[in-house]
Design a binder for this molecule. Structure first.
Ligand code: NOJ
Length: 545
């Protein structure tokens, strides 16, 4: 595969609402990001994936866009945006925009027009159906609870919204709509952005009457067209959010020969502790061996035929240190262990804001302390069905999206230094201990560990291009693998749990010399690695020759 800059990059995701407020209105903004570029350069990242900053009524915090070519006033102006792009460039950082084109806001001028009458020229930009037997057209469900169909009094038809009611789905079958989207994308590409993260892009080929949403038959034709008409003409990164992807499907998206996307976000590893039917609101114990199998499968099956992204977190997922680590007595050790496990794999790593300082989930007692539309709909609908408040809160504490969205913890002053006003979402009360200022003062912090992981990736081609091999497949506690390139081998060893465990080096691993690249405990470098007692959440990486 031809080498690309994004094969060798580490991306940092910013959820602008929660990053840094400079105006005192309680909402993060673009100038706040500009202010923190030095911090991001210190960490060593190559690009920022910016969650949506476009004009929006903010029903889904910006994933409901009312003008793709303008900036939401609470975030700043187009001048700020241009400044962010150019200042970031001076820091060696590219800006990846979030592209939300499966749906718009119902306040987008296209939808305002479309709903006026059945023969409005914009009607067909969206998806409308007649009632069936006086009810919804079919059984399609919204990801945010209830039917995906909303009745529109004015014209007596239903429109489709696979997310919130205020997020009507666009009709990609309409070539005029597609052309408008391409013009908009080129507008951004011409501003010098580094690429697009493409929101729920697997849904744009939907076949509504067959109740097919993901992976519709025209999906890949559309993506090839988008590529040809827009980003294919630029040296940019594109990453598709593709929930339903298998490795086979991921190759369709990301094999460079097919001219679609650079890489995908697939979620197979992220859903292993969800109930098969009821999903994240009924979490179950993680099957650790399954996690090994799934991550390994993605490593080997995409090799040479596609490209994966590596992530534990984003703005929709709970904090990994609370989820699969220990966010109390082993917060630092387990956060570093989880980072090690991921950052030595093949793919492009994504770090979600706050992950680099080990930010944790929150447990607010009152539903009024939550903001997320998905959480509020889930709570309201289930309380109606007879569930108790306590049952609902348990699920929200585990998997609610606001876990990831609490404001960034910069220091131990009021509101964690995020805002001088009232934050739009309560700050995690643990900010006095867990914050950037403390992390930067402590050479042993999670922050400097991430910084080192990023540096190691820059210095060792083997991390980017080496072959992957899982070791100790049946071990119940250890995740260990190797990466091999030419005469070098990396040996990654982590104890995924709190209990100590013995690691025995498989006989097939032979070497003349070893060098410890990174570890989350003090290690005697002369120690033999044939047999090791691993401490709670211990992680080590050796380079063997
Ligand atoms: C996926 C985004 O990541 C999520 O935050 C959003 O609510 C949905 N897509 C709808 O745009």
């Amino acid at each position: 595969m031809e080498r690309k800059w994004w094969h060798e990059s580490v991306i940092y995701q910013i959820y602008p609402r929660s990053f840094k407020d400079t105006t005192g209105n309680g909402v993060g903004d673009l100038r706040g990001i500009i202010e923190k570029l030095d911090y991001l350069e210190e960490l060593g990242i190559d690009a920022i994936w910016l969650s949506p900053v476009y004009k929006s009524p903010m029903d889904d915090n910006g994933y409901d866009i009312s003008d793709y070519q303008d900036i939401a006033p609470e975030f700043g102006t187009m001048v700020d945006m241009e400044e962010l792009i150019s200042k970031a460039q001076e820091h060696g950082i590219r800006i990846i925009m979030d592209l939300v084109v499966n749906h718009t806001s119902d306040e987008h001028p296209w939808f305002i027009e479309a709903r006026k009458s059945k023969d409005n020229p914009y009607r067909d930009y969206y998806i409308w159906r007649d009632p069936k037997d006086g009810d919804v057209p079919n059984g399609l469900q919204s990801a945010f609870s209830g039917s995906a169909w909303e009745y529109d009094e004015e014209t007596g038809q239903y429109y489709l919204h696979l997310f919130g009611k205020k997020q009507p789905d666009l009709n990609w079958q309409n070539p005029k709509l597609r052309e408008e989207i391409y013009d908009m994308m080129n507008f951004w590409l011409e501003k010098g952005i580094g690429g697009f993260r493409m929101d729920v892009i697997d849904l744009i080929g939907k076949e509504v009457d067959k109740e097919i949403t993901g992976n519709g038959s025209k999906l890949h034709d559309f993506l090839q067209e988008v590529n040809r008409e827009t980003f294919g003409n630029y040296d940019v990164l594109t990453v598709g959010e593709t929930w339903g992807a298998t490795p086979e499907i991921a190759k369709l998206y990301s094999n460079p020969k097919r001219n679609e996307l650079s890489m995908v976000f697939q979620f197979e590893h992220m859903t292993l502790d969800w109930d098969e039917k009821e999903g994240k609101w009924r979490p179950k114990e993680l099957d650790f061996k399954k996690l090994k199998q799934v991550l390994s499968k993605w490593q080997t099956e995409l090799k040479g035929e596609g490209w994966n992204s590596l992530f534990w977190n984003n703005h929709d997922l709970p904090r990994i240190v609370s989820r699969w680590g220990n966010d109390k007595e082993y917060r630092v050790e387990s956060a570093k262990m989880l980072a090690t496990l991921l950052h030595f794999m093949q793919g492009t790593p994504y770090i979600y804001q706050g992950e680099e300082i080990g930010m944790t989930n929150v447990k607010y007692e009152s539903i009024d302390d939550y903001n997320d539309l998905e959480i509020l709909n889930f709570y309201r609908d289930n309380i109606k069905k007879g569930y108790t408040h306590e049952e609902m809160m348990e699920a929200i504490w585990k998997n609610g999206r606001d876990n990831a969205r609490t404001p960034m913890q910069w220091d131990d002053t009021k509101n964690a230094g995020f805002t001088t006003g009232e934050p739009w979402l309560r700050v995690n009360p643990n900010y006095k201990g867990i914050n950037v200022e403390n992390a930067l003062k402590d050479s042993d912090s999670i922050f400097y560990y991430y910084k080192k992981l990023i540096q190691l990736r820059k210095e060792n081609d083997i991390i980017i291009y080496g072959d992957y091999q899982l070791l100790l497949e049946d071990d119940e506690q250890i995740f260990s693998y190797t990466r091999t390139l030419d005469d070098e081998m990396l040996l990654i060893i982590v104890n995924f749990y709190e209990e100590k465990v013995e690691f025995v080096l498989p006989e097939e691993i032979t070497f003349d010399s070893k060098e410890l690249l990174i570890s989350n405990y003090k290690v005697d470098e002369g120690e033999s690695i044939n047999k090791l007692e691993l401490r709670p959440y211990e992680a080590r990486v050796y380079k063997l020759k």
